[in-house]
Write a protein that binds this ligand. Structure first.
Ligand code: ADP
Ligand code: MG
Length: 141
């Protein structure tokens, strides 16, 4: 068991439907603790940089446009094996393949508008957290 932190983003399709509380409820029921959270508007530059790893994928431009189409909620989640646990709690990228009870099965509208982001490795989690949060915004308990 190791206590980790991971970055979560509640995406514009979810903020638009006013279901951020329902998403947070699933997160908290899983045992993960929301230790930092802010609702922001991503600029095109920030969204492009955040998803730069996908810049050669055919969906990259659409993804960036989607991510700036409305507010997002960026969050830091903490708990035992938080990175892998949150990937499970989110469910598969494609909601048609997501398991019952996962956030994407419950709420995602499409493979793109799939309601949440979660870091895919501990290394990326640390990078993504420092991309959005200053040390002083993280109060571990
Ligand atoms: P995940 O968010 O599950 O880690 P990826 O890192 O592969 O998935 O993709 C990043 C995001 O890009 C996805 O969450 C989704 O919003 C979008 N995306 C992924 N694959 C596709 C696709 N085939 N068509 C459109 N959008 C996609
Ligand atoms: Mg990913």
């Amino acid at each position: 068991m190791s206590i980790e932190k991971t970055l979560s983003i509640i995406k514009p399709d979810a903020t638009a439907r006013n279901i951020t509380g329902q998403v947070n409820s699933i997160i908290e029921k899983s045992g993960l603790k929301i230790i930092a959270q802010k609702r922001i508007k991503l600029t095109k530059d920030v969204a492009s940089k955040f998803y730069e790893v996908h810049k050669d994928r055919p969906f990259y431009q659409d993804l960036v446009s989607f991510m700036v189409s409305g507010p997002v909620v960026v969050q830091v989640l903490q708990g035992n094996n938080a990175v892998a646990l949150y990937r499970q709690v989110m469910g598969s990228t494609n909601p048609e393949e997501a398991e019952e009870g996962t956030i994407r099965k419950e709420f995602a509208q499409s493979i793109e508008a799939n309601s949440v982001h979660g870091s895919d490795s501990l290394e990326n989690a640390q990078k993504e957290i420092s991309f959005f949060f200053a040390e002083t915004e993280l109060f571990e308990s």
